[in-house]
Write a protein of this length. Sequence first.
Length: 147
Amino acid sequence: MEDAKEVKIPLALIVVGLAIFVVFGFHVGGAAGVAAALAVMAVRVVIGVTLGVIACFITARIMDASFGYLNTAILKLAAIFIVTGAVSAIIPLAGWLVGLVLYYGLLTWFFDLEILEVIVLSVVLGAAQIVAGVFAIGLIGALFGRR
């Protein structure tokens, strides 16, 4: 199960999350909606994972925690960002709450963290997600906005 938790399950979550974003994007705006949804997701993941790795280092320093190998930590963070973003997008009204619970659960399970470690990491990662979201929205506005 450890091998599955390190690579197979994160990859499966990435595929499921991408599929949800494609279907959601098509439902909202056709082909242009798919492009916009995938572009937002890609920017959020690149920025979010980059900032997330920094957040993991900060949390590891503060809490004396370990996040395992860098390559699997990156894969797990990408899976968490993609699948929670996708779930939050498709569930009306309460999507943010479902995404938050899923986010907490995946952080706890993937990284074997204690409650306080998850709280510290969540605060730092939450800030990273906000920054990534703002950049993603700005990029999409620049790419797809009216000229």
